[in-house]
Design a protein around this ligand. Structure first.
Ligand SMILES: NC(=O)c1ccc[n+]([C@@H]2O[C@H](COP(=O)([O-])OP(=O)(O)OC[C@H]3O[C@@H](n4cnc5c(N)ncnc54)[C@H](OP(=O)(O)O)[C@@H]3O)[C@@H](O)[C@H]2O)c1
Length: 317
């Protein structure tokens, strides 16, 4: 965990929280934290073979078997969903049924038991045309995934009343090499001497996973409600991120190829400048420091496995 002064190990009161989607990137990390505080706590998965969790499919969600009244959850974090943007674009009806209908129905059932639902939205709900996006900025989605998240944001209050939390997060990565997220994927391409097509015109504020988890735990501990933007401290392009990694590891710079994002001819439209601002969160937690890409690169260097071939590299650590 990071060196943030507001850690779960301090005096944070973490409510007993049900994780819907234990196998997700974010849900798995949260579940680990909740388990430390509440050993034996249960979660849900759509993997029927899992013995330590309850089966839940957002296609037809039912929390009945969980017997919620006996478990004393006060909050639930809904991490499951279809997160592949291209898949949502190609399968709008199916993904809508999961990401909007399924999540709202799950939230409705939770609220009926007095459990506060926590749902995830994305910086992609914005069109990227404004200079900055605050917590109360109006969504203007450009693709199907973003439309679904914008609809979720809009409808959640009518389904469960004011006792809910929506976390609108930017692209999240970890500093673990094995997680296959933003940094490790770029590092892998460098080590395999693949060309890295890095957009110079696609900007966002990458968010480190431990920071996200700590931010969520802090918001939970004060029983925060409504919409919160959560993002990293710096607006960066893919090209700047790839170059920063290349410089830090002394990878071959010629592997990074500058492109314009539209040249990829993707099946969905992307907002080009997602300058999210976590102003509501920062006002509540002025001492919370989100880590920069540079700090994260230093951390992932420590986790870099020695056995991966990396000719043309000279690691400095
Ligand atoms: N990670 C990010 O950078 C990011 C950024 C913005 C917003 N978000 C949002 O944050 C939330 C968590 O994201 P994440 O990255 O942790 O997700 P993730 O790792 O992609 O995991 C999504 C999970 O949902 C499960 N799932 C898919 N369809 C399901 C269904 N019908 N019923 C039950 N489970 C289903 C998947 O199960 P299988 O493993 O079986 O497919 C997978 O475990 C999502 O709402 C996402 O949209 C994430």
């Amino acid at each position: 965990m990071s060196k943030n002064p507001l850690l779960p190990t301090s005096n944070l009161t973490i409510p007993k929280t049900l994780v819907i989607g234990q196998d997700s990137f974010v849900g798995g990390a949260l579940y680990t934290c909740y388990k430390k505080q509440y050993p034996g706590i249960v979660a849900t998965s759509r993997d029927k073979n899992k013995t330590d969790s309850f089966f839940l499919d957002l296609n037809n969600p039912s929390l009945t078997k969980l017997n919620l009244t006996s478990k004393n959850f006060s909050q639930a974090v809904i991490c499951a969903g279809i997160t592949d943007i291209a898949y949502c674009e190609k399968h709008p009806d199916l993904s809508y049924k999961i990401n909007v209908v399924g999540v709202l129905e799950t939230a409705r059932q939770l609220a009926k038991h007095g459990i506060k639902p926590i749902c995830f939205s994305t910086d992609i709900v914005f069109d990227g045309l404004q200079n900055i996006y605050l917590d109360n900025s109006n969504p203007a989605p450009l693709n199907e995934y973003a439309k679904q998240k914008a609809e979720l944001e809009k409808k959640l209050p009518s389904v469960c009343g004011p006792n809910h939390l929506i976390l609108r997060i930017s692209k999240t990565y970890s500093t673990l090499y094995a997680d296959n997220t933003l940094l490790s994927e770029i590092i892998k391409k460098f080590t395999e001497k693949q060309i890295i097509s890095a957009a110079t015109d696609l900007y966002f504020r990458p968010l480190e996973k431990d920071d996200l988890i700590n931010a969520i735990l802090n918001l939970q501990s004060i029983n925060a409600t409504g919409i919160f933007n959560l993002c990293g401290p710096t607006l960066m392009s893919w090209y700047e991120i790839a170059s920063a990694i290349g410089n830090s590891f002394s990878f071959c710079p010629e592997l990074v190829k500058k492109i314009k994002i539209d040249s990829l001819n993707s099946c969905f439209q992307r907002p080009k400048k997602l300058n999210l601002c976590a102003n509501r969160f920062e006002a509540l937690f002025p001492n919370f420091k989100f880590q920069s890409i540079e700090e994260s690169i230093l951390k992932i260097k420590l986790n870099f496995p020695e056995e991966i071939p990396h000719e043309n590299t000279s690691r400095r650590t």
